[in-house]
Write a protein that binds this ligand. Structure first.
Ligand code: FES
Length: 330
């Protein structure tokens, strides 16, 4: 199944940190190799590892090297001083030579067949796009990457992006902290080419802008793909530490607690309520639920701004509450 004698204990890997490289202001990459030699399980573009980080954190990081490589995995971590500690521990406590335990690579963001690709990345959202870019370049499939960052100093993997293989396929957009000065997503996606897919990963506002532009220009929904990063990864989805709140079901009056670390969707299901879902990452809109009372804390990348401020709907797979309770129309 897997090549070589990589270290596998059930579904985990022991990986030695071979190299740590500053890729941009606040971003380090980590080259991981099998702790006891051999080669690594293969992965497909868009895959991630769950990494056990010192301090007891479990964090998902996208693989950003070429999926054809079996001697190493490359991940990159953006330090988030306001996060919950995982990225800080990676930056401060992980050193070259350390051995990290990870899961096997998993792919929730697969590169589906197309005649061409528009890749849109923001900030640390560049990471899955790089593994895709490597693969597309090797295949000879047309692709173009738009990479949105604040400044040259905040732009990761600059040398790779400027290399002869990538340079003609990459446009970097700096907004200086003002999204209005950055990539014009509506203009970019105004021309829809048959057979092209759009992939986007980055902060929630960028993903919402891409979502709205693709709806405006009638891109088929199945041709547009998003990967939502955690709050810590983007610093944009979910700005608050999770606290417990109650969900109240209108039809029965029943009330259920939603503790930190649990989703509303899971709480509803475990109490016998049927709610449809698909992505369970706040990107597809399937679990949209009407809110009759309370203040949702929107953590999705699907709802347009007007619906977020209206507070009348929420995506229960990711969103939580700012108020102590939410009354749902179920
Ligand atoms: S299941 Fe896709 S947004 Fe909730």
């Amino acid at each position: 199944m897997f090549r070589g004698n990589h270290t596998v204990a059930q579904d985990s890997l022991s990986l030695r940190v071979q190299r740590i490289t500053p890729e941009a202001e606040g971003i380090l990459s980590y080259e991981l190799v099998p702790a006891d030699g051999g080669s690594l399980p293969p992965f497909e573009a868009g895959s991630h590892l769950d990494v056990h980080v010192p301090g007891g954190f479990l964090r998902q990081y996208s693989l950003c090297n070429d999926p054809a490589e079996t001697h190493r995995y490359l991940i990159a971590v953006q330090r988030d001083a306001k996060g919950r500690g995982g990225s800080q521990a990676m930056h401060e406590r992980v050193r070259v030579g350390d051995v990290l335990t990870t899961t096997l690579p998993r792919c929730d963001f697969p590169l589906l067949h197309a005649r061409g690709y528009v890749l849109v990345a923001g900030g640390i959202g560049i990471t899955p796009m790089l593994s895709m870019a490597h693969q597309l370049q090797r295949q000879g499939t047309p692709w173009h990457l738009h990479y949105c960052t604040r400044s040259p100093e905040r732009t990761a993997f600059r040398a790779l992006l400027a290399s002869p293989a990538f340079a003609g396929h990459v446009t970097v957009h700096h907004d200086g902290g003002d999204p209005a000065r950055g990539l014009d997503v509506k203009a970019l996606l105004a021309t829809r080419t048959g057979g092209t897919r759009v992939y986007c990963c980055g902060p929630a506002p960028l993903m919402r802008a891409v979502r709205e532009a693709t709806v405006l220009h009638a891109w088929p929904r199945e041709k547009v793909h998003f990967e939502a990063f955690s709050a810590e990864a983007t610093g944009a989805i979910g700005e608050h530490a999770d606290t417990e709140f109650q969900v109240v079901i209108r039809s029965t009056g029943a009330s259920y607690p939603v503790p930190p670390g649990q989703t509303v969707l899971n709480v509803l299901r475990s109490n016998g309520l049927r709610v449809q879902s698909d992505c369970e990452a706040g990107t597809c809109g399937t679990c949209l639920t009407r809110v009759l009372d309370g203040d949702p804390d929107h953590r999705d990348t699907y709802l347009p701004e007007a619906q977020r401020t209206a507070r009348c709907n929420m995506l229960v797979c990711v969103s939580r509450a700012r108020s102590r309770q939410l009354v749902l129309d179920l």
